[in-house]
Ligand binder design. Structure first.
Ligand SMILES: Cc1cc2nc3c(=O)[nH]c(=O)nc-3n(C[C@H](O)[C@H](O)[C@H](O)COP(=O)(O)OP(=O)(O)OC[C@H]3O[C@@H](n4cnc5c(N)ncnc54)[C@H](O)[C@@H]3O)c2cc1C
Ligand SMILES: NC(=O)c1ccc[n+]([C@@H]2O[C@H](COP(=O)([O-])OP(=O)(O)OC[C@H]3O[C@@H](n4cnc5c(N)ncnc54)[C@H](O)[C@@H]3O)[C@@H](O)[C@H]2O)c1
Length: 470
């Protein structure tokens, strides 16, 4: 039996941030990892997907600038090699060194709760190590892809985010199940990198349904212009792949058939809580771990269990998992020291207000706070202002055919922003200004004095305020 002040299970971004901060505060900290330190984000999600999308994005930009022209198609082989470098050739030695330098003990194996403050780790050789926490256990086990129960789908060996972001070659023909973030980003990447046919099967009528409706519409238009075949109100009824790795045939609910070389399932994710021993501490299995705003698991006596990142289901985003990890670790340290545990940084308020997110399609979708529909459903006195971003000098200058749209959702009672969405090429870096305004509840009258430079796309802020009537 080995004892530590805190045990963290899962060394993805959320777990690593929690462990690093706890160790920096002087608590003896162990982190348990069953695969690669760095987690889904580093090897099979954020990092490789953005490495694949970056050249596609830039090619789109070049295509809009008069006088510039790509010399030929994107060199997909070089892009895949660059992706391999971005994921450190799927080797976590660098992350392990960082943990070591931060004073965190890394234990490799699958962690499982075995009663209060006790974790059993099954190691690669089949051995079991028992760890005991003096103060707290932090669950940071992330999430896994959902494979819908479509006949023949699981047996067809579909791609999930792992195989798509880790592709060894670009498939000639790809069929994608889903219309969410992974589906849109990967459809864009594969088409841009050379797939001849990309077909998206979208259950409902729209893409990116958690965003403002115009976001999904603009991304759909752009994907269609690039040759992606988007089939809305369509789903796979049966999947056949007689030869492993051979052609896939998808029978559609509407009666048709799509044939492809690969099938990507991008139908959402579920918290990685199977086989985590949650029942041993009285929590339901196979569900997100419910937490309060200090990230403490609800319903666990003595409050020693915390959950950060995808595993708690609050916001499946790396930056939000890391934000939650900072709150949880500071709270744990304060509670160990007997200090106030409710200082300003110690409670999650950003998730409730609407986490910021960028979808790295062309155009990029950047949103923070509530959508108009959410704000109305929550009973706010809502007013909406919108502006087309190509009408801003900075946008117009970015290229021929540049199109963008901004929308702000205003709380009329307080004259503050409840949410902002930008959909435009290269808009990602615009988002943080909106995040500051929404989070800090800056009044529109104060925003008026934040003068955007000419001629930048940020002048859209001025246009939104003018549209409001300032
Ligand atoms: C294709 C794709 C692209 C994405 N792009 C973005 C993006 O651009 N920006 C963004 O913010 N988010 C993005 N996300 C979401 C992002 O990847 C996740 O929100 C993030 O990885 C969550 O971090 P985490 O630390 O909670 O979990 P994870 O990154 O999933 O890490 C969890 C870790 O826990 C380990 N683990 C699990 N169970 C055990 C166990 N029992 N014992 C020991 N170890 C265990 C796992 O091996 C893993 O290393 C993307 C997701 C996908 C699928
Ligand atoms: N740039 C980013 O920030 C980024 C990029 C990728 C992923 N992510 C995160 O990862 C998470 C997972 O992404 P995702 O795209 O897998 O999920 P998602 O929830 O965004 O989209 C899931 C899609 O699958 C569809 N779907 C669900 N069940 C289905 C079924 N049975 N049959 C057919 N279609 C079905 C949904 O209608 C939806 O279109 C997201 O919550 C997102 O926040 C973030």
């Amino acid at each position: 039996m080995e004892d530590f002040d805190v045990i963290v299970i899962g060394a993805g971004p959320a777990g690593e941030v929690a462990a690093g901060r706890l160790a920096a505060a002087g608590l003896s900290t162990v982190i348990v990892e069953s695969e690669l330190a760095g987690g889904e984000c580093s090897y099979w999600a954020c990092m490789p997907s953005k490495a694949l999308l970056r050249p596609v994005d830039l090619a789109g930009e070049v295509g809009r600038v008069t006088g510039l022209r790509l010399a030929g198609p994107i060199d997909a082989g070089a892009v895949l090699a660059r992706r391999d470098a971005v994921v450190s050739q799927y080797d976590d030695a660098g992350q392990a060194r960082w943990l070591d330098s931060a004073g965190v003990t890394l234990v490799r194996g699958a962690g499982r709760l075995a009663g209060p403050r006790r974790v059993e780790v099954t190691t690669a050789d089949g051995g079991v190590r028992t760890l005991v926490a003096n103060h707290a256990v932090v669950l940071a086990t992330g999430s896994r892809s959902v494979i819908p129960p479509v006949a023949g789908l699981a047996a067809a060996g579909p791609w999930t985010n792992r195989e798509a972001t880790g592709a060894r070659a670009i498939p000639e023909r790809l069929v994608v199940i889903g219309g969410g973030v992974v589906a849109c980003e990967m459809a864009q990447a594969m088409r841009g990198l050379g797939s001849r046919e990309v077909t998206m099967l979208v259950r409902g009528g729209d893409l990116l349904t958690r965003m403002e409706p115009f976001a999904g519409e603009m991304v759909a238009r752009s994907l269609a212009d690039q040759g992606v075949d988007i089939r809305t109100h369509e789903s796979a009824e049966k999947v056949e792949r007689p030869e492993p790795g051979g052609e896939v045939t998808v029978r559609l609910a509407s009666g048709g058939t799509v044939r492809a070389d690969e099938i990507l399932v991008a139908a959402g994710r579920r918290s990685a809580t199977d086989d985590l021993g949650l029942a041993s501490v009285g929590l339901p299995e196979s569900r997100p771990v419910e937490v309060d705003d200090s990230m403490r698991a609800t319903g666990v006596a003595d409050g020693w269990l915390y959950a950060v990142g995808d595993v708690n289901g609050r916001a499946l985003l790396t930056h939000m998992g890391k934000y939650q990890a900072r709150a949880a670790s500071d709270v744990i340290v304060a509670r160990v020291r007997g200090e106030a545990d409710d200082r300003p940084g110690m409670r999650d308020r950003a998730d409730r207000a609407g986490a910021p997110q960028v979808v790295f399609t062309d155009p990029q979708v950047c949103a923070v706070g509530r959508t108009e529909a959410q704000a109305r459903a929550e009973g706010f006195d809502v007013r909406v202002v919108e502006h087309d971003m190509e009408q801003v000098a900075g946008g117009y200058l970015l290229g021929e055919g540049y199109r963008g749209k901004a929308k702000a959702v205003v709380d009329e009672r307080r004259r503050v922003l409840l949410g902002v969405t930008f959909v435009a090429p290269g808009a990602a870096e615009l988002l943080h200004a909106a995040t500051i305004a929404v989070t800090s509840e800056v009044t529109l009258d104060d925003l008026w004095h934040a003068v955007p430079s000419y001629p930048t796309v940020s002048e859209v802020w001025l246009r939104l305020l003018e549209a409001y009537g300032l």
